[in-house]
Design a protein around this ligand. Structure first.
Ligand code: 26Q
Length: 762
């Protein structure tokens, strides 16, 4: 094993002219990563050819949130422990790589899901590759300035990027009406766990400005020209790449759909549909033939029910930028309306071009053979509401594929203590088949639970140090850790959590709440820079944290911290230490959620609504082991027209008290008036939205009750520990291995390669 270190030493000398002791973290990272890239080169080459020769699936996504690669790659290669030991022998700590930037080419759930899928597919020998955009700047870096979010550019390649290979020979041109752009491919290996199937994430970089920055928007769409250019750039460059390989293999274009399945990750890459039709017609096929091939090739996954998030492009802009593509969309639309007319159906609600708007979701549903939602309830909402008209037309297209997460990164790698606990009892089969976790249910003695709780305690201590070093706030390890980590959005209701914390604070001070089990409330979230209300909630929570953490009469029982720059790597530290997982969106708003699955897997109980995948989590782990509250989708739908938040505000003194802190001088917003606007959005509403659109006031008191139930239940550690462990033991279904194998079977018609071997590097 010492060989590894010798090789690193040699590389450092060759590439950087330094010894290990002189080298910077970046140089060591570079040397180690390149060593591995060289080591896997032949196998990767073989895999690429296997993928090219077989029927293959391609994930088209504008986002991949892969996080930091180095630990994960070492882990999947089975090298992490050895490298750690080799480092230690030479006085180096492998934790040094915590300084290496995350690869954050995604906003949140949708981008992380894409990364989990690639890991699962590689691990299970599926020929799946990803196509994406290599943004120069990833999601912005976040810090606090006077409690407000401050954004800085994420120059993630500042010290190079040893994990990708530039493929200059595979450059293609992407043409817009006003410019022609060179697309330079960069391939990143997706190293599966203990297999020699290596997938590829193919990211294109535009020589021009187009791929400069990832749009930091999640759910609220910005109809920006550059964004449309990004989408077409991704679509055209990726499809041209697929066509080239198709030609290399000397295949006839009529067979395109027989060899390729393409999954559209939301509507972002949907302009791929007319682009494929255009490219096939350039090869001499008719429009009808090309349409037919496109329909057989594409599948569309919807990730949101938010009306404002269904992409609609300005037809003028489209026509101006992509005239040929616009013409093809026009033909598709004419075909659609013709078909409907002949069946006696009015086409107005289906039309892809409506007035001056192009409805990308309509295009995606019409020219796909499969449409899926990402959790059971979400897929039902698509059928009964968002895409109801389409479901009536093509019921056979609609499917559900409940999301999942990779247990390698989200347990094996990030929580070695719990991983060892599990393996000691049931072996390590869970790493490739997470349903094995069920067997833990035979290991539920009080000795088991005590040991499980000890693992949790150590994880909390580690997080406590980590948070203290970064945020300067100490979260004592004997506290309950209540965690809400996800993008900042009104519908996710971080504000409701904040109000609950304030109410508990006042309850303790007033003596209404007695013997409160000491609890740390942790938040992690980025807000889109232009999303003022979301940014105001961040400021509000930071003010609450300041008040509580500085109040010596309560800070032995409560602490609040909003961590800065929450990202994949931060999540890997927080999730293993969580006791309570906050999943509190109003029913019918969160498509699925995947953080809920990560926290469950790591032995946190869910404090949750009946929404998204929470429903399936409750089903699997048992209502009795979690804390559900809140109204159902139907109840909220009935309530919505006559919901009067002001009445609640006026009649519930506890609600009034916490809401009033926004305007009565308890907290200062630095004279910006944003707290007043936030207050108004709850109590009076504004021109574009009814007051309290997400039912914060309506569900606040029931939520606090359940939160207190969960927190007080920790006073019986064995009983609470049992609930937590039952969550881990019930998480088997939520592996992205299951999800991706379901896509492969039901949508892509793809089977794993018959046999693969373990890759042996050193
Ligand atoms: C829109 C316009 C302009 C620029 C960017 C965007 C944009 C970018 C990202 C819009 C939406 C997104 C991301 C959406 C997303 O992450 N959705 C989440 O997907 C997860 C995986 O399926 C689900 O678990 C979450 O419930 C869902 O919110």
């Amino acid at each position: 094993m010492d060989k590894i270190f010798e090789k690193i030493e040699l590389r450092l000398k060759q590439d950087h002219q330094v010894t290990p002791n002189e080298a910077t973290v970046y140089q060591i990272h570079d040397a180690l990563s390149k060593l591995i890239m060289d080591g896997i080169a032949d196998t990767w080459y073989e895999s690429r050819h296997m993928h090219e020769r077989s029927r293959g699936a391609y994930y088209f996504s504008a986002e991949y949130l892969t996080g930091r690669m180095v630990y994960n790659n070492l882990y999947n290669l089975g090298l992490l422990d050895q490298v750690k030991a080799a480092f230690a022998e030479h006085g180096l700590d492998i934790n040094m790589f915590e300084e290496i930037e995350d690869c954050a080419l995604g906003n949140g759930g949708l981008g992380r899901l894409a990364a989990c899928f690639l890991d699962s597919a590689a691990t299970h020998d599926l020929p799946l590759d990803g196509y994406g955009i290599r943004y120069k700047y990833g999601l912005f870096k976040q810090s606090w300035r006077d409690g407000y979010q401050h954004e800085a550019a994420d120059d993630w390649q500042r010290f190079g990027d040893p994990w990708s290979r530039r493929r200059s020979t595979h450059e293609v041109l992407v043409k817009f009406a006003d410019q022609t752009v060179r697309a330079v491919p960069y391939d990143m290996p997706i190293i599966g766990y203990h297999t020699d199937n290596i997938g590829t994430l193919k990211e294109k970089n535009a020589v021009e400005d187009i791929t400069r920055v990832l749009y930091p928007n999640d759910t609220t769409r910005a109809g920006k020209k550059l964004r449309l250019k990004q989408q077409y750039f991704l679509s055209s460059a990726s499809l041209q790449d697929l066509m080239l390989r198709f030609k290399r293999e000397n295949l006839s274009m009529e067979k395109f759909a027989a060899h390729n399945a393409i999954q559209l990750n939301d509507t972002h890459p949907t302009v791929s549909i007319p682009e494929l039709i255009r490219l096939l017609m350039n090869e001499g096929l008719t429009f009808e033939q090309s349409f037919d091939i496109a329909q057989k090739t594409f599948g569309y996954t919807n990730h949101t029910v938010m009306q404002e998030a269904l992409e609609k492009w300005d037809a003028d802009l489209f026509q101006e930028l992509l005239p040929e593509i616009f013409d093809i969309i026009y033909r598709i639309n004419a075909k659609l309306c013709g078909e409907l007319m002949s069946r006696g159906i009015d086409c107005s609600s289906y039309a892809i071009i409506q007035g001056n708007r192009i409805h990308m979701a309509n295009l995606a549903v019409y020219v796909s053979h499969a449409v899926n939602g990402v959790a059971k309830i979400h897929s039902e909402i698509l059928k009964n509401d968002v895409l109801k008209n389409w479901y009536e037309l093509y019921p056979e297209r609609f499917q559900n594929k409940t999301n999942g997460i990779t247990q390698r990164r989200w347990l094996g790698l990030c929580n070695p203590g719990l991983a060892a606990y599990i393996t000691k009892r049931i072996g390590d089969g869970w790493l490739l088949d997470l349903s094995e976790l069920e067997k833990l249910k035979e290991h539920m003695t009080s000795t088991d639970i005590r040991e499980f709780l000890e693992v949790k305690r150590q994880n909390k201590r580690a997080l406590s140090d980590y948070v203290y070093a970064r945020e300067g706030v100490r979260l004592p390890e004997n506290f309950v850790f209540d965690v809400q980590i996800k993008r900042m959005h009104e519908y996710k209701r971080q504000l409701m959590n904040a109000f609950a914390i304030l109410d508990i604070y006042y309850g303790i001070k007033d003596g209404r709440i007695k013997d409160f089990p000491p609890t740390a409330f942790l938040f992690g979230a980025k807000s889109a820079p232009g999303y003022i209300i979301a940014k105001t909630v961040i400021k509000f929570i930071n003010e609450i944290a300041k008040l509580i953490n500085n109040d010596d009469s309560v800070n032995d029982r409560m602490r609040v911290v909003f961590v800065q720059n929450y990202n994949c790597s931060y999540a890997e530290h927080i999730i293993p230490a969580a006791d309570i997982s906050e999943q509190i969106s109003p029913a019918g708003t969160e498509a699925s959620g995947t953080g809920n699955m990560k926290l469950m897997l790591n032995g946190a109980v869910s404090l949750c609504t009946y929404d998204g995948a929470n429903i399936e989590i409750l089903d699997a782990a048992g209502e009795e082991n979690n804390y559900r509250f809140g109204a159902s989708v139907d109840t909220l739908n009935e309530l919505r027209p006559h919901y009067d938040p002001k009445a609640i505000y006026e009649h519930e003194p506890r609600v009034k008290r916490v809401v009033d802190t926004l305007v009565n001088g308890t907290f200062q917003d630095g004279g910006t008036g944003v707290f007043r606007s936030l207050y108004n959005s709850l109590v009076t509403g504004n021109s574009w939205q009814k007051p309290d659109y997400y039912f914060v006031l309506y569900e606040l008191l029931p939520y606090i009750d359940r939160k207190l139930d969960a927190i007080y239940d920790t006073q019986d550690p064995l009983s609470f520990g049992r609930k937590a462990l039952m969550n881990t033991a019930s998480a088997g279904y939520f592996s992205s291995d299951r999800t991706v194998l379901d896509y492969a079977r039901d949508i892509w018609d793809l089977k794993p390669f018959p046999h693969q071997y373990t890759l042996n590097l050193f």
